[in-house]
Design a protein around this ligand. Structure first.
Ligand code: SF4
Length: 364
């Protein structure tokens, strides 16, 4: 096996195996990997534009009993600083976001066992009715699982009831690394890789679109990364329900895991993750690079390593902020970063449909 042989096979449309994935990760030159990923990016998305979304990422509760050791955001019930917002409070927040032009709300909590299922149903129903400008992109798999537990309904029924209220899209959070060897160490109470896959599969079969995410840069090995990519590729083959793949690196600040992993993964590692995702996930149209999670410069470079989407402007964000990692930009700033990278910015919605084609028109 050589890098050149693997790259030739990929260019001839032969799908990469897990073994080849690990080999490329360890042996390919980063610029070769990026060039191949960029080729595939333009095959899947031939237009020279990069999409972005006007979004915000508030939280309805920080109460959580799952104790992920990579998380600095949550508080135990009764601890100082805990909060759980009322539905009225969240509606005001969403209305304010809509007034500022936001189209997507990515809403997640902690995993709060004291909230009844009716709370989540009301959140969705009232968002759809009272703030129709907002597309709800609500609840990670962990929250779907706690809803199932507190209500006694199956995951399928929970998702059906949320669908009836108007939910159509779920964020991919909670996957971290789909390798139970690692999951046991970093989020032992969160459920297995199969739990994440099961919730996503059920959601896709009902008709939901979801993203798939990956958090790396902690206790995983190269093989775990490929196992993760392989699992989401297999589910995408089966359901076609994923809109995009979004890798990001572990942020150690204020987390229990900081004692073992005190540093961020390197920018080079991020570019490897973006490029390899683009190459391995041959059935994903969109790979998201991020100005937010890795810094503006590396975000810009990721657009030349296979990413075709730049994520959102994230007006509010609390999870990375709890880990002392803060990046800010505006819609104009986001567009500027895309232009500086040599692309045309195109505003999209949650489902990756283009909303604002003014810039795009110039390109076609
Ligand atoms: S990552 Fe989510 S589930 Fe894990 S401790 Fe933090 S809030 Fe809870």
């Amino acid at each position: 096996m050589t890098v050149a042989e693997i790259e030739k096979n990929i260019r001839n449309g032969i799908r990469m195996t897990k073994e080849e994935g690990v080999f490329l990760l360890r042996n390919a030159e980063i610029l070769d990997l990026g060039a191949l990923a960029n080729e595939i990016r333009f095959k899947n998305n031939p237009k020279p534009y990069v999409t972005y979304v006007l979004d915000t990422n508030p939280n309805y509760t920080n109460v959580c009993t799952v104790d992920c050791i990579f998380c600095a955001f949550y508080r135990h019930p009764g601890e100082e600083g805990v909060y759980t917002r009322t539905v009225d409070y969240m509606m005001e927040k969403f209305k304010e976001a809509a007034r500022n032009g936001t189209t997507t709300v990515l809403l997640q909590g902690g995993v709060n066992p004291d909230l009844p299922f009716e709370y989540y149903l009301e959140l969705v129903e009232r968002t759809v009715k009272e703030v129709p400008q907002i597309f709800p992109h609500f609840f990670s798999t962990s929250e779907i699982l706690i809803m199932s537990k507190v209500s006694g309904f199956s995951v399928h029924t929970v998702l059906e009831k949320l669908w009836e209220k108007g939910l159509r899209s779920l964020p991919g959070g909670g996957a971290e690394i789909l390798s139970d060897r690692v999951k046991k160490k970093i989020s032992g109470k969160k459920g297995t890789s199969d739990d994440w896959i099961r919730v996503m599969r059920t959601a896709h079969r009902i008709g939901y679109k979801t993203t798939a995410t990956m958090m790396y840069g902690h206790l995983e090995a190269d093989e775990d990364i490929i196992t993760h990519l392989d699992a989401v590729r297999a589910l995408q083959d089966e359901t076609g329900g994923f809109t995009a793949f979004i890798p990001w690196s572990f942020k150690p600040g204020n987390t229990p895991l900081e004692k073992i992993i005190p540093h961020y993964a390197s920018p080079l590692r991020y570019l490897q993750m973006i490029a390899l995702s683009r190459i391995y996930l041959d059935n994903f149209r969109h790979i998201q690079g991020s100005w937010f999670s890795e810094g503006k410069k590396i975000g810009q470079i990721s657009l030349h390593f296979g990413a075709d989407d730049f994520g959102g402007v994230l007006t509010e964000e609390n999870v990375h902020a709890s880990a002392k990692f803060v990046n800010k930009t505006s819609a104009e700033g986001c567009k500027m970063l895309i232009r500086e990278s040599g692309f045309l910015p195109a505003q999209r919605n949650t489902l990756y449909d283009i909303l604002n084609i003014d810039d795009v028109r110039k390109a076609v």
